[in-house]
Design a binder for this molecule. Structure first.
Ligand SMILES: Nc1ncnc2c1ncn2[C@@H]1O[C@H](COP(=O)(O)OP(=O)(O)OP(=O)(O)O)[C@@H](O)[C@H]1O
Length: 761
C-alpha cells in the first residue's frame, strides 16, 4: 500500500487542482502505487514522480507538494494551473517543471531548500518580482528556465554558486543589472534575450557555445545576437537539439528594438535614441527642430503601440497552445509542450559516476586480453564530446507523458516485422496523447547556415549506384526508421545504408539532421557500429554504416538453428560482455549520457569474427519524435523488451538495462523475447523466466537445448543472477552497466581460473 503521507498529499493536490478528470485519481484515500493512477510513479510504496502534462489542469497546487515524502519529479507543464508557486516545496525534488501555466506571484524563497534540484522550468508563466537570493545550496542545478515571465530586478549574487549550471534561460523578462555573476558558471547555453541587462558583456560569456543576448542595453556589443564559440566540436547529444525557444520569434520588445537598432549603425533608431543631442544640434533652425520633434513623437507612438500589442501576442500564443488541449484529455501533447519533453527520449541520466567509474572509454582494454578478441578494434580513436549547442533538454530528465495505448497499428514495416498483439503491459494506459500538428511553442527557428560536419558525405547518385538502385536483393531489412541496404563500393568494400523514411526524418530540419550526424559520429566504441557517412539530398536522408557480415543476434539465435548450435556458452558470455560494454560506454562514458532506447537482439550485430556491434546508437532523437515515437513504444513493449516503467511513459537509461537483461535471457534460453507461438504463459520471455531464475533445477531446464548441456553450472547461475538484477521491475534496483560489465568479467575470470579453460570467444 502507498505511504499514507503520500496518499494524503496526493488527495490534497487532487482537491486543490479542482478534482480534475485523471484516471485513477480520487479525492480521498486510494492506493496510488498499487492502482493505476495516471502519471504517478512509485518506488515501492512511495510516490517519487508525478507527470501530468497538457491535461487542462486548473486550480492551484495549494500547500500539498511539501507533504510528499520522497518525491523526485514533478511535471505539470502545459496546463492552466494558477495561484502562486507553493512557499513550501519538498526538499527531495530533483526535477520540477511547471512551464506554460498561469502561475502568478514571485518565485518562493523555499527554492533555496531544494539542494537536490537538477532541473527546473518555470518558463511561460505570469511570475513577477525579483529572483530570491537563495541559490547557495543549489549546487546540483543543471538546467534552469525561468524565461517568459515578468521577473525583474538583478541576478542575485548567490547564483555564482550554481557550479553545475549548464543551461540558463531567462529571456523575455525585465531583468536588469550586469551579467557578472554568471561568468563563473560552466554555462553551455545561455539565453538572456529581451531583458534590461546593461553594462559590458563579460568576456567569459562570449565563449559560451550558445549565447543569445539580443534585446538588452549592453554598452559593448557583439555583432551577432547569437555568439558561437569558435571551436565547436560536434555534439554528442543523445537527443535532437530541442528547439525550446518559445518566444524567440515573438515580436521584439521595445528595449530590444532600441538596442537592435543602435547596434545596427546609423539607422532610424540611432536618431531616435539620441534624441537629446539631436535636440541640441537642431536649435539652429526651427525647421530641423520640428522634424526632429515629429520623429521623436512618432517613435514614442510606435513604442507605445508595440508595448500594448506585445503582451497580447504572447498571451494569444499561450491561449492558442491551451486551446489545442481538449478538456479532459489527459496526457501529453507531444507537439505543444513547452519544454523539450517532446523532442527527446525521456530519459533520466545515469547517476553520477563514482570515482572508480570515471575512466577513459577504453581503459579496461588492456586488462582483459583473453576475453577481448576485439582488442584491435578497441584501439579505434574514441572521443568524448561535450554537449555543444543544446536547448534545455528536459526530456532527458523527466518522464514523458503516458505512451499511446494499445493496440499498435499494424506497423507498415517490412517483411521481418511481424505484427504483434497488443502488449498486456500497456493495458493500464487509458488515454490517448494529443498530437497537435501546430506545435505553437516548438517551432524551431530556421537556421540558414548548416552546421559544419567532418562526416563524409555521399551523394544520392553514388549510393544509388552502390546499392543497385536500392534493389530488393540488397535490402538487408527494415525497421521503424527506414530500410537498410547493402552497398558495395567500387573497391569491393561493403557498407550498410540506412535510408530513413519520411516519417522518421520529416520531424527534423536540415541542420538538425546534420547535428544528429555529428553526434552519431562522435560515438566511437569497439562494440558499436560505426557511422562512416551520410547523405542529405533532395529530401532524402541516409546514414551510412560499416557493414556487419554476420547479421543480427536476433537472426543468429532465432532463425538459424545451425548457427545457434555453434554458439557455445563462452561465446554467449562474450557477446553479452560486448553488448554490455557498448551500453556502459553510452551511459557512463559519453557526455552527456546517451540512452539507446531501442536495445534488442535485432540491434546487436555480429561482424566477421562474431564480435558484437550494437547498432542504432544515437538514434533516440529520431525514435522519440513524431509518429515513430508511438510506434517505437508499442514495438518495444510488444516484443517484450520494454521495461515496466515504459507503461507509464518513462524511458530511462535503466530501461536500456532492462532490455539488455532480456537479450541476456535470450542468450541463456535461446528463446525469443516474445513468441506468440508458445502457450500464453510462455509468450513473454521475461515473465516466464523470472520466477525460475533462482531455482537451480528450473534454470537447468530453461537453458537453450542447443547448448547440449555444455555449460558450467556455476557460470549459468551467475549469468542468471545478472539477468534477474537487470530485469527487476523497479528501475532503481537495476545495476549500472559498468557493474554488469564487472560482473561478467568476474564471472569469466572465475570460470577461467576454475576450469583452466579460456573464454576467448
Ligand atoms: N550495419 C549493418 N550491417 C549489416 N546489416 C545491418 C546493419 N544495420 C542493419 N542491418 C540489417 O538491417 C536490418 C534492419 O535494420 P534496422 O535498424 O532498420 O531495423 P531494426 O533495428 O531491426 O528495427 P527497428 O529499427 O524498427 O528497431 C537489421 O535487422 C539487420 O539485419
Amino acid at each position: 500500500a502507498t505511504n499514507p503521507d503520500d496518499v494524503a498529499a496526493i488527495n490534497g493536490l487532487f482537491a486543490a487542482l479542482g478534482a480534475p478528470v485523471l484516471p485513477g485519481w480520487i479525492a480521498s484515500g486510494g492506493d496510488p502505487c498499487g492502482e493505476a493512477w495516471q502519471g504517478i510513479i512509485c518506488n515501492v510504496s512511495d510516490i517519487i514522480s508525478i507527470t501530468v502534462n497538457a491535461a487542462n489542469l486548473q486550480g492551484e497546487l495549494g500547500d500539498n507538494l511539501a507533504k510528499f515524502t520522497s518525491i523526485r519529479g514533478i511535471d505539470f507543464s502545459n496546463n492552466l494551473i494558477g495561484g502562486s508557486i507553493p512557499s513550501n516545496l519538498p526538499v527531495t525534488l530533483q526535477h520540477f517543471f511547471l512551464s506554460a501555466n498561469q502561475f502568478t506571484g514571485s518565485i518562493p524563497e523555499s527554492l533555496g531548500t531544494l539542494s537536490f534540484l537538477n532541473d527546473m522550468s518555470l518558463n511561460d508563466n505570469l511570475l513577477s518580482g525579483e529572483l530570491p537570493d537563495v541559490f547557495q545550496n543549489l549546487v546540483g542545478l543543471i538546467n534552469l528556465d525561468i524565461s517568459s515571465n515578468n521577473l525583474s530586478g538583478t541576478l542575485p549574487p548567490s547564483m555564482e554558486n550554481l557550479s553545475t549550471l549548464t543551461t540558463l534561460r531567462v529571456q523575455n523578462n525585465q531583468l536588469s543589472g550586469t551579467l557578472d555573476v554568471l561568468q563563473v558558471l560552466p554555462l553551455q547555453d545561455l539565453n538572456i534575450e529581451n531583458n534590461l541587462f546593461s553594462g559590458p558583456i563579460p568576456e567569459k560569456l562570449l565563449s559560451i557555445p550558445k549565447f543569445l543576448h539580443e534585446g538588452n542595453q549592453f554598452n559593448s556589443t557583439t555583432d551577432n545576437s547569437t555568439t558561437t564559440a569558435p571551436s565547436l566540436s560536434p555534439s554528442l547529444s543523445p537527443t535532437k537539439p530541442a528547439p525550446t525557444q518559445p518566444f524567440s520569434k515573438a515580436p521584439p520588445s521595445p528595449t530590444e528594438r532600441n538596442r537592435g537598432k543602435a547596434a545596427d549603425g546609423p539607422s532610424a533608431s540611432e536618431g531616435s535614441s539620441s534624441k537629446n543631442s539631436e535636440g541640441q544640434n537642431s536649435s539652429h533652425t526651427k525647421r530641423i527642430v520640428l522634424i526632429a520633434f515629429a520623429g521623436v513623437l512618432s517613435f514614442v507612438i510606435l513604442v507605445l503601440a508595440i508595448l500594448l500589442l506585445l503582451p497580447k501576442c504572447a498571451r494569444r500564443r499561450r491561449e492558442h497552445a491551451n486551446r489545442v488541449f481538449k478538456p479532459h484529455q489527459v496526457g501529453a501533447d507531444r507537439g505543444t509542450r513547452e519544454n523539450a519533453l517532446e523532442s527527446g527520449p525521456p530519459v533520466l541520466p545515469p547517476p553520477a559516476r563514482s570515482e572508480k567509474d570515471e575512466r577513459e572509454p577504453f581503459k579496461k582494454a588492456g586488462e582483459e586480453p583473453k576475453v577481448l578478441h576485439d582488442l584491435e578494434r578497441l584501439r579505434r580513436p574514441a572521443h568524448i564530446l561535450r554537449q555543444e549547442s543544446q536547448d534545455i533538454d528536459f526530456s532527458m530528465l523527466m518522464p514523458p507523458p503516458p505512451p499511446p495505448p494499445p493496440p499498435p497499428p499494424p506497423p507498415p514495416l517490412a517483411e521481418k516485422v511481424t505484427v504483434m498483439p497488443p502488449p498486456p503491459l500497456a493495458e493500464k494506459v487509458t488515454v490517448m496523447p494529443i498530437v497537435s500538428p501546430e506545435r505553437p511553442f516548438k517551432k524551431p527557428s530556421p537556421k540558414t547556415r548548416l552546421p559544419v560536419t567532418s562526416v563524409k558525405h555521399y551523394s544520392i547518385a553514388s549510393l544509388q549506384q552502390y546499392t543497385e538502385s536500392f534493389s530488393q536483393e540488397n535490402l538487408l531489412g527494415s525497421g521503424m526508421l527506414g530500410s537498410v541496404y547493402r552497398a558495395r563500393l567500387p573497391n569491393g568494400k561493403l557498407l550498410a545504408v540506412k535510408k530513413l523514411d519520411k516519417r522518421a526524418s520529416e520531424q527534423q530540419q536540415d541542420y538538425e539532421f546534420i547535428e544528429l550526424v555529428n553526434s552519431i559520429d562522435g560515438i566511437r566504441h569497439a562494440n558499436i557500429v560505426e557511422l562512416v557517412g551520410y547523405c542529405a539530398e533532395h529530401d532524402q536522408r541516409l546514414l551510412v554504416y560499416e557493414y556487419c557480415s554476420n547479421g543480427t543476434l536476433q537472426d543468429g539465435l532465432h532463425s538459424d538453428d545451425e548457427f545457434k548450435k555453434q554458439l557455445s556458452w563462452n561465446m554467449r558470455i562474450s557477446m553479452a560482455l560486448g553488448a554490455a560494454r557498448a551500453l556502459e560506454y553510452l551511459h557512463e562514458v559519453c557526455e552527456p549520457p546517451i540512452i539507446h532506447r531501442n536495445f534488442k537482439a535485432a540491434n546487436v550485430l555480429l561482424d566477421d569474427d562474431l564480435s558484437v556491434l550494437v547498432s542504432d546508437c544515437g538514434l533516440a532523437p529520431l525514435i522519440s519524435s513524431g509518429s515513430v515515437s508511438q510506434l517505437s513504444g508499442q514495438l518495444l513493449a510488444a516484443y517484450g523488451y520494454g521495461a515496466p516503467e515504459f507503461d507509464s511513459g518513462i524511458y530511462t537509461w535503466q530501461s536500456d538495462i532492462y532490455s539488455f537483461g532480456v537479450v541476456m535471457l535470450e542468450l541463456l534460453t535461446g528463446r525469443m523475447s516474445y513468441d506468440r507461438d508458445r502457450t500464453r504463459g510462455e509468450q513473454f520471455l521475461v515473465r516466464w523466466a523470472i520466477p525460475q531464475l533462482h531455482d537451480i533445477d528450473a534454470l537447468g531446464k530453461m537453458v537453450d537445448p542447443s547448448l547440449n548441456g555444455k555449460y558450467p553450472a556455476k557460470s549459468l547461475s551467475h549469468f542468471a543472477d545478472i539477468i534477474s538484477r537487470c530485469v527487476q521491475s523497479e528501475p532503481e534496483f537495476r545495476p549500472l552497466m559498468s557493474e554488469v560489465v564487472q560482473d561478467l568479467l568476474d564471472m569469466i575470470r572465475r570460470e577461467r581460473h576454475g576450469s583452466g579453460e579460456p573464454i576467448t570467444d
